[in-house]
Design a protein around this ligand. Structure first.
Ligand code: SF4
Length: 496
């Protein structure tokens, strides 16, 4: 395929039913092809566009093909390393089929060894210029140079937000036509911050100062370290705030207040993007709340030209059932027995918790009876361990609501409580409710990932049916998803 064949024809050639990719085992999906054309139109028209396309459509390969076809320079930002690896694989595959698409990947400076320090480690503030005598052979500088010239640059959300906030975007990437945020729903947890890396650095400085002046007890210090490691694993800012304020300690509160003062308001993102590029594109499996795309665009300060919902590739009517147990008191014994019943009926499952305390309580009750993995605050590598196991239940929280790849063979997903953030200064209707609706959609989306997926979605929170706001949650679930409060009905569905 040459440059002359770029454009609409190239999209059709690579994603249509006659695509050479199909002969290599890829499935042709009309919804993927339609999505690609919508992306192409939005790149050609410019402005800000939102694209919601559920897992299984193949959205990343669709936008890579479109970037190649339209010959646009683009910075692609993801929030997980998993997606970055997938993008690198997909670009290599496209190149094998003759698609011309140069690419590079840039990480934050603290991920690179520094040639000027003996240990090879580098402080994030140490290397800011190209004046260094080692710059010619430095890996970090090499990646910075590539990021100036390749057609596609892959970064994480934190690096891109930091470059925008500090007016360093062009220094990092040169002239760029478009910025594309994938996993864009995770930008909402970046609100009021510039990056996780910055908060992490500030946290370390705070601990150092507290140590120097012996301001914290050993127990307090260890507890703070645990909170911090959970933050790195995916605790969002609201949850972090609640954890820190639980210390009820003047020093810790002061630290939190200073973070708020230095924070960056994500609602300024729209303005920053329009200064740098002609097109800003947001892609995710779940961007809509009960009010459509409105909450997402308002919270990020976006003026949206196009929004698009890709056609579903799943048959929810036959692949899933929503189970809403009613008239069961919300305590850990009852929650544990519902999980036990679902596990016996459906096998492998994921339970998403709203707090570690509840996770821990259920783990203690169920671990003598069933195979389970309980997420611990500073545990990593859990997703890949769980991926290969059969008939096991994963008790998790934090990033597991939307991040890690757990495969497509879960038999059930249970959400213990509607995922409201801890009380905040912001409005329930303007802020808390839309985010909780979005998060529940993400949690439930962990079940149906492909044609092979089949199972039960359970929300163990009777407020979904009893409170008036429950309708806001139910209104955004797939229309053809059947629901019941009867476990017997669930049994019939699974055993049919
Ligand atoms: S440019 Fe120099 S200071 Fe910066 S990371 Fe490379 S070797 Fe270290």
């Amino acid at each position: 395929m040459t440059k002359n064949a770029r454009g609409s024809e190239l999209v059709d050639a690579l994603l249509g039913p006659e695509s050479p990719l199909v002969s290599q085992g890829f499935t042709f999906r009309q919804s993927q092809l339609d999505l690609a054309h919508a992306l192409r139109n939005s790149l050609e028209d410019g402005g800000t566009s939102l694209f919601e396309a559920e897992t299984g459509i193949g959205k990343s390969i669709a936008y890579l093909v479109v970037l190649a076809a339209t010959n646009r320079r683009c910075v692609i930002a993801t929030s997980t390393k998993l997606l970055q690896k997938q993008l690198l694989r997909e670009i290599s595959l496209l190149q094998e089929f003759g698609v011309e698409l140069s690419f590079s990947q840039l990480n934050g400076v603290s991920n690179y060894p520094c040639l000027r320090t003996e240990s090879g480690s580098i402080s994030a503030t140490y290397c800011e210029t190209f004046d260094c005598s080692e710059a010619a052979s430095c890996f970090y500088m090499e990646d910075r140079r590539k990021a100036q010239s390749s057609q596609v640059v892959i970064v994480n959300h934190a690096l891109l937000l930091s470059a925008l906030r500090t007016n360093q975007f062009e220094n990092y990437f040169g002239k760029v036509d478009a910025i594309l945020f994938d996993e864009a729903h995770n930008l909402l947890s970046s609100r009021n911050t510039d990056s996780t890396a910055n908060l992490t650095r500030n946290f370390s400085v705070f601990l150092e100062l507290a140590d120097r002046d012996a301001l914290l007890s050993k127990e307090q210090r260890n507890a703070l370290l645990k909170v911090h490691s959970r933050f790195i694993q995916g605790l969002d800012r609201g949850e972090l705030k609640a954890e820190l304020l639980r210390f009820d300690d003047k020093l810790v509160s002061r630290f939190w207040q200073s973070q708020k003062r230095n924070s960056f308001d994500i609602s300024a993102l729209g303005k920053m993007l329009s200064k740098e590029v002609a097109s800003s594109i947001f892609v995710s499996g779940t961007l809509r709340s009960y009010d459509g795309f409105e909450s997402f665009s308002e919270l990020l300060g976006l003026t949206v030209q196009t929004d698009y919902i890709a056609d579903t590739v799943h048959d929810y009517g036959s692949q899933a059932y929503l189970y809403l147990p009613q008239n069961i008191e919300d305590n850990l014994d009852n929650l544990s027995s519902v999980i036990g019943e679902l596990h016996e009926l459906c096998g492998k499952g994921l339970v998403l918790f709203s707090s570690y305390n509840r996770l821990d309580g259920v783990s203690k009750r169920l671990s003598p009876y069933i195979d389970l993995i309980a997420q611990e605050p500073d545990q990593s590598g859990l997703a890949s361990e769980f991926f290969d196991l059969d008939n096991t239940v994963l008790l998790a929280t934090g990033s597991f609501w939307n991040g890690a790849d757990l495969g497509d063979d879960l038999g059930f997903v249970l959400v213990d409580r509607l995922p409201f953030l801890p009380p905040d200064e912001r409005d329930f209707l303007d802020f808390q409710l839309p985010l909780a609706v979005l998060k529940l959609r993400q949690g439930l989306g962990r079940l149906i990932r492909s044609e092979r997926s089949f199972g039960v979605l359970c929300v163990f929170d009777s407020r979904l049916l009893k409170r008036s706001y429950g309708q806001s949650f139910l209104s955004v679930l797939p229309k053809d998803l059947p629901r019941t409060s009867s476990f017997e009905q669930i049994r019939k569905f699974v055993e049919a």
